[in-house]
Each structure stands twice: as structure tokens, then as C-alpha cells.
Design a protein around this ligand. Structure first.
Ligand SMILES: [Zn+2]
Length: 296
């Protein structure tokens, strides 16, 4: 294997990208930039306000922080729940239907690829519609927890304002101040060691936070998906975190063409064969029109 993975990136035109990708079966890696046209803000985009994301250590180690988190999430997740896929998501689903895309690895937790009809999706950083118990590891649908939280905190959502007015982050954090009195739900499943009792463990959204690792099995599946493709297309990610960037490096190291479509430079540009400074909705729509179907 070459010790120098980086192919010098050139700022490409759409025609260059089409020429490079034609005839290849694509693995696609997506990030927050593909969901901005669905109304979910990208806190790492070029025009984003500074924001310090919550860490896993804060969530696990601080009960007050956890209360604050759940209060905001109780409001914010509903906004994500009714968000619709955009032209970029739909284009990738169409390309999968024609055999051009064989799988999507997404760093988003919004499930918009699935909503658009993509079938082979790895939700690298988890999914907003599930909650996991840190003690017994049971997974609970977020909607079921929502009913519990609503019963524990009647009228909370109405008090903090209309859902549509709340600023939300990619992890369904709504920015709200009045969270002090919020009551958090512990895991109510039977205790694995004493079935007469409830588990009582800490519930956490089934989302990978800063300071937390992606489960190894999921990472391995994502590497396998990259290996199974002929080329890697990155769409709407600044590749800031290693968690996603490693797949770009891996594709380059294994000699696959890498195309990065993003507004602004990315931390993975050194691994790219071509970079295209453009939005995902229009670029992926164009690619869906221009890339010919592939036989399975
Ligand atoms: Zn539990």
C-alpha cells in the first residue's frame, strides 16, 4: 500500500465529476450539509454560529445537565420527526434504485435517507427515533418515551413555546432556558437481575456523542460498504470528525476515486480526487440525471 494516500485535489466542475464517477458503483458518505435544505441547521457549515456540542461525559456525569438535555430534546425531537427529505436525499434514493449507488453511510441521525427511500443505509452516529438504556442496553422507541415524558411533564411543550419556533440542532437539541423543573424518565424495563423491579438505568438517545465511539460492529460494516464500492462520494460533510473522515482516507488508501461535494473546504480534501464546492440538492439531482444506470 502506498505511503502517500493523498491525491492532489482539484476544484472540479460537475462535468469532471460525472466523467470520474461514470460506470462506478458508488458508496456515499453524507453529513449535515445534505439536510440543511430540509431545514435542519448545520452547525459546522461555513455560515454557522459557534456552538460547543454536548459531550458523552457531560451527559453521563451530570444529572442537572441530563435534565437540561432531555427537556430540550423533548421539544426538539418533534421538529426532526416531521422534517421531510429534500432533493438530495431523493436523488441518492433514485441512484440506488438504478444500481449506481450501492449504499449510504450517513453521519446524520435524522433518518431522511430512509424516508426518501434509500434501502442500504448505515446510520453511523445513531438515530434520533430510538433511546438506549446505558445499564441494560435495551432500546426504546423515542415515541414511546415521548408519551412518558409528556405524562411526567404535562404542558411543558406548550409552556416553552411553539415547536416550530424553537431553534434546533442536528441532534434535536432545542434551545430552551426553562428546563429546571423538567422530570426525566429512567429506564422502566424489568431489572435484568431482579424482575420484580424496574431497571432504573440512565436513558440516552441512541446517538453517538462527542467523546463516545461508534460501535465497532457498525464501523466494520461501514468499511465493508466502502470496500464493496468502486468509488466514494462525500456529500455535505466538512469531515471535521475522525468518525467519518476515516472512511475517506480508507477509500483513498485503497485506490478508489473520491469525490467531495460540499459548500466550503473540508478536512478530507487531501484525500479527494475531485472536490466540488457546491450544494448537495442541486449537485446530487444533476448526478441522478447524468449518471447512467448500472446492472446489478
Ligand atoms: Zn435499563
Amino acid at each position: 500500500m502506498s505511503s502517500s494516500p493523498a491525491v492532489p485535489a482539484t476544484s472540479a466542475s460537475l462535468a469532471d465529476v460525472v466523467e470520474l464517477l461514470a460506470g462506478h458503483r458508488l458508496t456515499v458518505l453524507t453529513g449535515a450539509g445534505i439536510s440543511t435544505d430540509s431545514g435542519i441547521p448545520d452547525y459546522r457549515g461555513p455560515d454557522s454560529p459557534p456552538r460547543s456540542p454536548m459531550t458523552f461525559q457531560q451527559f453521563v456525569g451530570d444529572e442537572a445537565f441530563r435534565r437540561h438535555y432531555w427537556a430540550r430534546n423533548h421539544v426538539g425531537w418533534r421538529h426532526v420527526h416531521r422534517t421531510l427529505p429534500n432533493a438530495g436525499h431523493r436523488a441518492l434514493a433514485a441512484l440506488e434504485g438504478r444500481g449506481v449507488v450501492h449504499g449510504v453511510i450517513t453521519q446524520n441521525v435524522d433518518l431522511l435517507h430512509e424516508a426518501a427511500g434509500s434501502r442500504h443505509v448505515i446510520d453511523l452516529h445513531g438515530r434520533y427515533d430510538r433511546v438506549v438504556c446505558l445499564r441494560c442496553h435495551r432500546v426504546v422507541p423515542r415515541a414511546v418515551l415521548a408519551d412518558r415524558l409528556e405524562a411526567l411533564n404535562p404542558g411543558f411543550v406548550e409552556r416553552v413555546g411553539q415547536v416550530g419556533d424553537v431553534e434546533i440542532a442536528p441532534d434535536a437539541d432545542a434551545v430552551i432556558e426553562q428546563t429546571a423543573g423538567f422530570r426525566v424518565q429512567a429506564c422502566w424495563q424489568p431489572d435484568p437481575e431482579d424482575h420484580a423491579r424496574e431497571c432504573g438505568g440512565v436513558l440516552k438517545p441512541d446517538i453517538v456523542y462527542f467523546g463516545e465511539n461508534v460501535p465497532r460492529e457498525r464501523v466494520d460494516r461501514a468499511y465493508a460498504m466502502v470496500d464493496a464500492g468502486d468509488a466514494l462520494l462525500v456529500a455535505g460533510s466538512s469531515l471535521t470528525v475522525h468518525s467519518g473522515r476515516r472512511f475517506v482516507r480508507h477509500a483513498a488508501l485503497t485506490g478508489k476515486p473520491v469525490v467531495v461535494v460540499n459548500r466550503g473546504a473540508t478536512r478530507g480534501d487531501r484525500y479527494a480526487t475531485r472536490t466540488l464546492d457546491a450544494g448537495t440538492s442541486e449537485t446530487l439531482t444533476a448526478l441522478a440525471d447524468l449518471l447512467a444506470p448500472l446492472r446489478p
